[in-house]
Design a protein around this ligand. Structure first.
Ligand SMILES: Cc1ncc(COP(=O)(O)O)c(C=O)c1O
Length: 383
């Protein structure tokens, strides 16, 4: 069930853009955050059924779409949400942009926590707001939040763009950490915009949406999607959960002003089938991904490679600490790309705090991953 399949002929970013990204396509692409694994059968069947109807016109969001999201939130996260809180969206990144425009003015300050998925910072900069970087603390191979620094920054911030769970560090924030962040945001009247797109793939911990905290619910905007979870990112179907009427109206206005209105018929079908029937598949996927994470960790230890693995609490992305390899960032990229022939994400693309790191995507079949790790080992031996 969780075996990599070939993606040729599907115009895939990970493979078809590899040459442009790395300057060569003679490598195994392990970068873009989607998986080389097939979506669950329920999704495949619902899409095939929809495709069999030969009209793909403008499409509305049916009650079943909203109910599927409500039920998913309740059963996976014990979060009861009202139907009217849900705002259908295109991708999460466009929504982050709409949120920045809707809730802040040019020149105002926005907190982020780097190293971080690059569109957070670039969206703030493009919209001419000021980035306040509450850089995560990195100690003994683990990440934590610098709350003192956060408080200092919260005093002058309008918004906080939270990534929960966090990409690329794969940290799953625990309840106490979120409570502290929420308390500071309430104290200084900072609105939380929370990107929770990776919430379904958490291993040991339980995801707590910031929106599920009573005190924060009218002071936050949550974005989520089935896209990472069920490998349907190309369908560009996500949603916002906004309990506050006022915040919701502002967001909808901003989104409408961009011209986005109707839904993607395939995205709607995929979301409904995934959320209605994808539970067991997802539970099995997590077991598979955990086994991949253990495999990488064991392999690195067994062969004494000088690479640290930051504990992967969530996502199918492993954050590799390569600082002990003794290479500059350019040398590190060249080592992975041209010697190991592996296309990982450059840690520095996640901000200065990512220097010395690389991000590895393990959303693969086991044999595929083993091949990748063998390439890494061979390159290291020959170095
Ligand atoms: C934290 C985070 N947010 C958003 C996205 C992209 O979301 P979308 O494709 O819905 O714009 C990604 C993709 O990697 C991500 O990691």
């Amino acid at each position: 069930m969780f075996t990599s399949i070939h993606r040729e002929g599907t115009y895939t970013t990970k493979y078809d853009d590899a040459k442009q990204k790395f300057g060569t396509d003679d490598l195994m692409p392990l970068w873009v955050a989607d998986m080389d694994l097939p979506s669950p059968l329920c999704v495949q069947e619902s899409l095939a059924k929809r495709a069999a109807h030969p009209i793909y016109g403008y499409t509305v969001y049916p009650p079943r779409y909203y109910e599927a999201i409500q039920t998913w939130m309740q059963k996976r996260f014990s979060w009861r949400i009202e139907q009217e809180w849900i705002v259908p969206c295109y991708g999460v990144v466009p929504s982050l942009n709409f949120a920045i425009s809707a809730y802040s003015e040019v020149g105002e300050s926005i907190i982020v926590q780097t190293p971080l998925y690059p569109p957070f910072v670039s969206s703030i900069e493009t919209k001419q707001r000021k980035v306040l970087d509450n850089t995560l603390l990195y100690k003994d191979g683990k990440y934590s939040i610098d709350f003192e620094d956060f408080e200092a920054k919260a005093k002058e911030a309008r918004l906080f763009l939270l990534c929960s769970p966090h990409n690329p560090t794969s940290r799953a924030w625990n309840e106490e950490e979120l409570e502290k962040l929420i308390a500071l945001c309430l104290k200084y009247d900072v609105l939380i915009i929370s990107d929770e797109i990776h919430a379904d793939i958490m291993y040991e911990k339980i995801h707590h949406s910031v929106g599920s905290f009573e005190s924060m619910m009218h002071k936050c905007v949550v974005f989520n999607a089935p896209s990472k979870t069920f490998n349907i990112a190309g369908l560009n179907t996500s949603y916002a959960i906004i309990p506050s009427v006022e915040l919701r109206q502002k967001f909808i206005q901003e989104q409408n002003s961009s011209g986005i209105s109707n839904g993607n018929p395939f995205g709607i079908e995929a979301l409904i089938s995934a959320y209605e029937e994808g539970d067991v598949w997802l539970d099995n996927l997590k077991v598979h991904l955990q086994s991949n994470i253990s495999y990488v960790s064991d392999f690195i230890h067994k062969h004494a490679l000088p690479i640290g693995i930051v504990p992967t609490e969530a996502t199918f992305l492993i954050w590799l600490d390569c600082s002990k390899m003794g290479l500059t960032q350019d040398e590190l990229i060249a080592f992975f790309c041209y010697q190991a022939k592996l296309g990982l994400n450059d840690g520095l693309s996640f901000g200065e705090a990512g220097r010395g790191f690389m991000r590895l995507n393990i959303g693969l079949g086991k044999e595929h991953l083993e091949l990748g790790m063998q390439r890494l080992l061979q390159a290291y031996i020959l170095e």
